[in-house]
Design a protein around this ligand. Structure first.
Ligand code: MG
Ligand code: ZN
Length: 218
């Protein structure tokens, strides 16, 4: 009797994500995949976080955008190594694009790499980049129903940051309702309320990230 042998066949993306993960480990680099809607504050959170990091955690950034280098120019103005990926209309980053960007970064000099994914709450969740941490950023003006409407991306998050928390009252944002929506798909994920504008919550978020970075790379 013939017994069929089913082998797990990794998709081309997952295969390259695995290669990326090996490169990151080899360089003792901790990598954060940042996913959010357009305008949630991905670039602002990168800058606010970098400001609070101790000098021994040197950052680097990969910027993913449909077009333009506006965000990369902003990052470069702060003397942080940055590579811009223009996806040419594609609504997410994939592992081969990350692989192609890596030779342009000083991998032995940086300790923490932020990958700013294309602003989109749907398909970035489906593409493993090889990152160590999936960060989902929501923002108060988007409304407290985001986890109910886009459960897939919240289910995948290792950590959630709610930005523009200084606007909670203005937008009558129901934090408990928002939290319940996340808990439905991801009951133990940490949530940080921050405002990149006022600096509220940034110290707590950054020390959590710093701790997580050190735990996983040493
Ligand atoms: Mg941005
Ligand atoms: Zn997409």
């Amino acid at each position: 009797m013939n017994i069929p042998i089913v082998q797990e066949i990794l998709s081309a993306n997952d295969e390259i994500a695995r290669e990326n993960r090996a490169v990151f480990a080899q360089h003792q680099l901790f990598v954060v995949n940042m996913m959010a809607s357009p305008g949630a504050g991905k670039t602002s959170l990168i800058l606010a976080t970098i400001k609070h990091l101790p000098p021994d955690i040197a950052p680097g950034v990969i910027e993913g955008d449909l077009a333009s280098s506006i965000d990369a120019d902003t990052i470069a103005a702060h003397n942080v190594p940055v590579v811009q990926i223009n996806t040419g209309g594609n609504c997410h980053l994939d592992a081969p694009q990350i692989k192609a960007a890596l030779p342009y970064l000083p991998l032995d000099q940086i300790k923490l790499l932020f990958i700013e994914n294309v602003g989109n709450l749907i398909c970035p969740a489906g593409f493993d980049l090889g990152a160590n941490l999936s960060l989902v950023i929501a923002s108060v003006p988007e409304g407290h129903d985001k986890p109910y409407k886009y459960p897939g991306i919240f289910a995948q998050a290792d950590v959630v940051v709610l930005n523009k928390a200084d606007m909670i009252d203005v937008f009558a944002f129901d934090v408990e309702y928002f939290q319940r929506g996340i808990a439905m798909v991801n009951p133990t994920v940490p949530l940080f309320l921050v405002s990149c504008r006022t600096g509220q919550g940034i110290a707590d978020w950054t020390s959590w990230l710093q701790h997580t970075t050190q735990c996983r790379t040493t």
